[in-house]
Design a protein around this ligand. Sequence first.
Ligand SMILES: Nc1ncnc2c1ncn2[C@@H]1O[C@H](COP(=O)(O)OP(=O)(O)OP(=O)(O)O)[C@@H](O)[C@H]1O
Ligand SMILES: [Mg+2]
Length: 473
Amino acid sequence: MSQERRIPWVVKYRPSRVADVVNQEEAKKAFLNWLDSWLRGKPERKAALLYGPPGSGKTSLVEAAAREYGLELLEMNASDYRRASDIERVALVSSRGASLVRARGKIILLDEVDGISATADLGALDAIVNLINKTSYPVVLVANDPWDPKLRELREVCLLIEFKRLTKTEIKKVLQNICRNEKLDCEDEALNFIAERAEGDLRSAINDIEALGEGFGRVTYALARTVLGYRNRELNSFEVVRRILTAKYSWQARIAASQTDLAPDELIQWINENVPRQAVDPEDLWRAFESLSRADIYMARVVKSGNWDLLAYASDMMTAGVALAITNPQYKFKWVKYGFPEKIRMLSKTREVRQVRDDLAKVIAQHLKCSTSVAKSEVIPLLRVIFDNNPEYAARLALGLGLSDSMIKYLSERNGDRVVKLVEDLRAQLREALLGGLESPARKEVEKVKPATKKAERRRAKSSEGLKGFLKK
Ligand SMILES: Nc1ncnc2c1ncn2[C@@H]1O[C@H](COP(=O)(O)OP(=O)(O)OP(=O)(O)O)[C@@H](O)[C@H]1O
Ligand SMILES: [Mg+2]
């Protein structure tokens, strides 16, 4: 077998020129315009964010353009984002250079940026924003789902370029070409099947014919059906909502719902947000919300009773129920722009605060032997009054309960910092009293003093002497 045969076909048939990237005319135009604006030295935006479904030619276009324009491609992907320092290294290269190696321009390609984890890859997103600010070369970001909340900041500094899902016809054309080139016998029906099943992902379609070609030497419909089967693909949230709201039959809506990793309580928010955009007819809207509210009731019962069987009803109400409620053909299949659910956006903004509140409720519940909901509804409001009005007393309470600084600040916006400071002083006094117990004059002093920074400092110095003395013994 020749060496050439072993190159995967997706690599072998990767577009080498911009013209070879098919079915993305608008994206190509926008991208090349942007790149030209860089080469003329006047970019409107320093970075472009290419987004769209997998296997639609995003990476291919950047690579082809770099080749055609004679630009060096500096590429990073998901696995490189683990360390902010790696990004900073690229940033450094990208910010200078213009004068040093003018001979050869570059494109900085940050592929798969939605693979960055906002928590695990701490600092990576900031480092990228920083890179964009400093760069003297075009920066291209690539993502499948640019609406991910964590990418908001990046979205704002980039020119957004959308890649469309490739059409079945275009996919089939590319497959026919490859078959011709590989002298592979392909049944038309088989290519239809593979192109259909790829759902716009040319990479997976090419992989499919390669698998059949290598394994069986021919591509027939029967083989394709049995070997490849039907694939269950995961869809992005907007696509799932679109499929649910525009479903004609209940099974279509159900299948769409099974192709997402959104949890039911997230999915219902997505549908809730977008129903009014699709269901413009008032009667449709009324019916759709009727069904959605039933779904909501069932969801609440699942949570309350722990009976997961009820989830099936909730799920049907929010998918099939809503889909069949929208009947007015004038709006049912109309393309409308969907939005990201406000509630999820708000919850993610307030997540930290809610976490602090929940932790605080747990601490209180433990001390007072009450439930966390009583702590939230009855104790926290009282504590708020105390913390707002009597910082000294609040500090003693905080110390006694062992509250963290963020909990204290949560309890009083007005006096938070003051109480934190008082708690620190109290702690210092206590520490000193404990250690000073070994050297009795110190304790007397604690009883005299009021919290004040300088004195606290002196006392702290003393207490460490005490500690040293204690350790020596
Ligand atoms: N528009 C296209 N024109 C020609 N070939 C394409 C196109 N889209 C995809 N391909 C083929 O599919 C393979 C994968 O494409 P590419 O890597 O550009 O996809 P992508 O959009 O970057 O996908 P992902 O989001 O998964 O990274 C390419 O090697 C190429 O063979
Ligand atoms: Mg890619």
